[in-house]
Design a protein around this ligand. Structure first.
Ligand code: UDX
Length: 459
């Protein structure tokens, strides 16, 4: 009789981590493996509210929650407090959870946790699993190019390129390997020039990745070999299993933390092919009101149909009065939602381009659907992703700031028109889309890697 296995999956508590790890979990569950998905209590509550039916007893993935040690959402917004509290509190709770599952299994071996997959940002979970004699793998939500820079932190410090807090000492291009394009110092994942304290906290957390990654036997990456061949060559152990995409039946429950507004799909149906600009800046981007107004005016002046995701917390100032007037003016060609079913939107034939913050999930979702990208990065790995999009794969254009640090309405209007008018970008997009599709089709490089990983899990 084939034994079932019980895999525990633990993402970092943020939208861009929960979604890809849940997609990976579904892929593994397709092969008859039992899964338990561990969120923090706060994320668990959001996922369950936004994805009704996910906690159904008959569902093949069980969702459980452990505390993160923080009292309020205000505290959770502070990266320093959050990373510190997670590290102090969560390993103990994870161990208790694994012990509880063991106790409840009444000695039935197949019920006990036999494998743990940890997000690269919660490497401490690998330490817990190692202590408990559980097999382990690391999953990396950002690009492999980002991972390369993270794993080379010790060497960058040793070589005097950065200091112990990640601050760049030599402002040149940074060469990590002769096989790899140099990194701009502003593209380093931990570069947050406006806030040194946050940079230090993020850098400290990223610095531990090299240490923790040695505790796992597999390193799974949400990318494909053909896209980042040179980065993969620098980390020979990394296994390309992406792009992980939500299958049609998963569209409704892929782990959004906010309720998706599907009315935009009917709205898209009413537009001709390749006519709509989709605008969404991920789960954490925040604009000052002035920047928000410039983007709004730019879209208004582009007079191209647009669908814009405006999260209630997307600005750090009150914009509702402006928004009322704006929505009135653009009512014939603009649609605004608070959260969109993004993968369905990007797969819709009416979408012509994607104005994005370049989060890695958004980037992959755009590439997988052959949609040209307009790039306005905000945080961490997004600057590096923008460089890859614009300078390496040439599937999009950057939207640049003026001397006041603002992206002007004029720039938005010009770049929208430039990206829509570029045959070269569209051809490159279609080429990358085809490569992505092949890599996850029967016999494709990523699918083969995923299948061999699942064999390892089941072994
Ligand atoms: C962040 C980093 O930027 C990213 O590079 C890293 O890999 C994970 O953490 P985030 O800022 O949230 O992620 O962006 P992104 O990686 O693009 O993930 C956002 C996810 O939310 C995507 O899967 C996207 O489909 C989804 N989304 C976004 C929606 O479903 N609806 C929306 O309206 C907007």
């Amino acid at each position: 009789m084939v034994k079932l296995k019980h895999v525990l999956v633990i993402p970092f508590p943020a939208q861009g981590h929960v979604i890809p790890l849940l997609k990976l979990s579904h892929c593994i569950a397709d092969y008859g493996v039992k899964l338990t998905f561990v969120n923090t209590e706060s994320i668990h509550a959001q996922v369950m509210t936004a994805n009704p039916g996910l906690d159904d007893e008959s569902h093949r993935i069980k969702f459980v929650a452990i505390p993160d040690g923080l009292e309020t959402d205000e505290e959770r917004k502070d990266p320093i407090k959050r990373l510190d509290s997670m590290l102090r509190v969560m390993p103990g709770h994870l161990q208790e959870l694994i012990e509880k599952v063991k106790k409840q299994s009444n000695g039935i071996e197949d019920e006990q946790i036999s494998f743990l997959i940890a997000d690269v940002m919660v490497g401490w979970a690998l330490e817990v699993a190692e202590r408990m004699g559980i097999e382990r793998a690391t999953f990396c939500p950002p690009s492999v190019s980002a991972l390369v820079s993270i794993l080379h932190i010790p060497k960058l410090i040793e070589g005097g390129v950065i200091d112990n807090n990640g601050f760049v000492l030599k402002n040149d291009l940074i060469r990590i390997s002769k096989d790899l394009r140099s990194y701009k110092s502003s593209d380093l994942v931990w570069s947050c020039p406006e806030d040194p304290a946050t940079q230090k906290a993020i850098f400290k957390s990223l610095s531990s990745v090299a240490h923790y990654s040695k505790l796992s036997n597999s390193f799974l990456c949400n990318s494909f070999h053909e896209l980042e061949a040179s980065a993969f060559s620098v980390i020979p152990g990394a296994l390309a299993i992406g792009p992980l995409i939500a299958s049609a039946q998963l569209f409704q429950c892929r782990g959004s933390l906010r309720k998706e507004d599907s009315t935009c799909l009917n709205w898209l149906d009413q537009h001709p092919a390749l006519s709509v600009i989709y605008v969404a800046f991920g789960s954490t981007t925040v604009f000052g009101p002035e920047q928000f107004y410039e983007i709004a005016h730019g879209l208004e002046q582009a007079t191209q149909p647009f669908l814009w995701v405006i999260r209630p917390d997307i600005t750090d100032g009150a914009v509702s009065e402006f928004l009322d007037g704006f929505l009135q003016r653009v009512r014939n060609y603009g649609k605004v939602v608070q959260w969109a079913p993004q993968e369905e939107v990007l797969a819709h034939p009416s979408v012509a381009c994607f104005f994005t913050h370049c989060g890695w999930n958004s980037t992959l979702e755009g590439l997988s659907n052959g949609v040209p990208l307009l790039c306005r990065p905000y945080f961490t790995d997004q600057f590096l992703n923008k460089s890859l999009i614009c300078d390496v794969w040439k599937v999009g254009l950057g939207v640049d700031s003026d001397e006041n640090g603002l992206i002007s309405r004029h720039e938005v209007r010009e770049k929208v028109s430039a990206v829509l008018g570029s045959d070269e970008i569209r051809e490159n997009c279609l080429r990358v889309k085809e490569m992505a599709r092949k890599s996850i089709s029967e016999g494709g490089s990523s699918l083969k890697n995923l299948q061999s990983f699942i064999e390892l899990v089941k072994a």
